[in-house]
Design a protein around this ligand. Structure first.
Ligand SMILES: [Zn+2]
Length: 331
């Protein structure tokens, strides 16, 4: 095992030149509370992320799930972290673009729900094996379907991890690669170069798309889990949370604001619909990694009701939990 050393940044170190046809209009409103610091004016630093979802037609919006369609979270959190993997781009940026994390749609429904995370990096930046394993597939997705259609992820590398989890195989997938340096069936060791960043497939700007898939069918586009729950955060913290309505059901596509010890306001949207399922044990509907260890204040609006969680302790090097639940019943 290599020691994971990287410094998460909220904005990608490389600003993608990709400009979505729809200007991000994410302006979360925050209701001040008595203890709020007056200087904490929220400036959305949402950088357009390089995405593979193509150019949306202005009228089409991805529909949020009906809460009754989504898995009902259990009362407790079962939290056995499985942070087996190391950051995939040690020579560059391994922090996910914050505006298009796992399960998000980018600008509230404009783009396809995201099945992975995007790491903005210049073309040609080396990509390493994030865990020991065996290459299941290496090459173009023209012949083998990995996304919703062919030529979506371009050149891909898919590795089956050596370890299984809860009796299930675990895979990691890299998309939009420029060069593929391994072949199918080859064993890889954590840390070795397997590819370089590119923009093959549907990728308006070079970036690395990272997915984790769990279960018996690695070709299943919906067999994904949030990669931020699988990558060792070093000394930083990971927060996995639930946004619930008064009946205890997930609220999809809901913005959560976080203010942590570095005084940077982070925003994340809860998973939009069924195709980006939660972790089997945690059963979360949002995750933010790269948080400085310490305390965070969170807030969200659930059907018009402001729900806050103050002084949530986030521990470095592991996964912490939080629940934000509405009190007002909705029809
Ligand atoms: Zn992506």
């Amino acid at each position: 095992m290599q020691t994971a050393t990287f410094t998460p940044s909220v904005t990608p170190t490389v600003t993608p030149s990709f400009t979505p046809s729809q200007t991000p209009s994410v302006t979360p409103s925050r209701t001040p509370t008595a203890t709020a610091t007056p200087t904490a004016t929220f400036t959305p630093s949402i950088t357009p992320s390089p995405t593979e979802a193509g150019t949306p037609t202005p009228t089409y919006v991805w529909q949020k799930a009906d809460p009754s369609q989504l898995r009902l979270p259990p009362a407790d959190f079962t939290n056995n972290p499985h942070l087996w993997f190391i950051p995939p781009v040690p020579a560059g940026n391994s922090s996910p673009a914050s505006a298009y994390r796992f399960g998000m749609t980018f600008t509230f429904g404009a783009l396809r729900p995201h099945h992975g995370i995007d790491l903005a990096n210049p073309a040609g930046t080396p990509v390493i094996a994030i865990g020991d394993g065996t290459v299941l597939y290496a090459g173009s997705d023209l012949e083998t379907l990995w996304g919703p259609y062919n030529d979506f992820y371009g050149n891909v590398v898919v590795v089956q991890a050596q370890q299984a989890w809860l009796g299930q195989p675990v895979y990691y997938l890299f998309g939009h690669l420029q060069d593929v340096l391994v072949t199918s069936g080859q064993a890889v060791v954590q840390g070795e170069n397997v590819a370089t960043v590119g923009s093959t497939g549907i990728a308006p700007a070079p970036h690395l798309h990272v997915e984790v898939r769990v279960g018996g069918n690695p070709y299943d586009y919906n067999a994904v889990r949030n990669p931020e729950l699988w990558i060792n955060p070093g000394g930083y913290a990971i927060l996995a949370g639930r946004v619930l309505d008064a009946r205890g059901r997930f609220v999809p596509g809901n913005t959560v604001l976080l203010e942590c010890q570095d005084a940077v306001t982070r925003a994340v949207d809860t998973y939009w619909e069924y195709s980006t399922p939660p972790d089997d044990e945690l059963v979360e509907n949002f995750v933010v990694s790269g948080i400085p260890a310490g305390y965070c204040d969170l807030s969200t609006e659930i059907n018009g009701e402001t729900v806050v969680a103050k002084d949530v302790f986030v521990k470095g090097g592991t996964v912490s939990n939080v629940t934000l639940q509405a009190e007002s019943a909705q029809p």
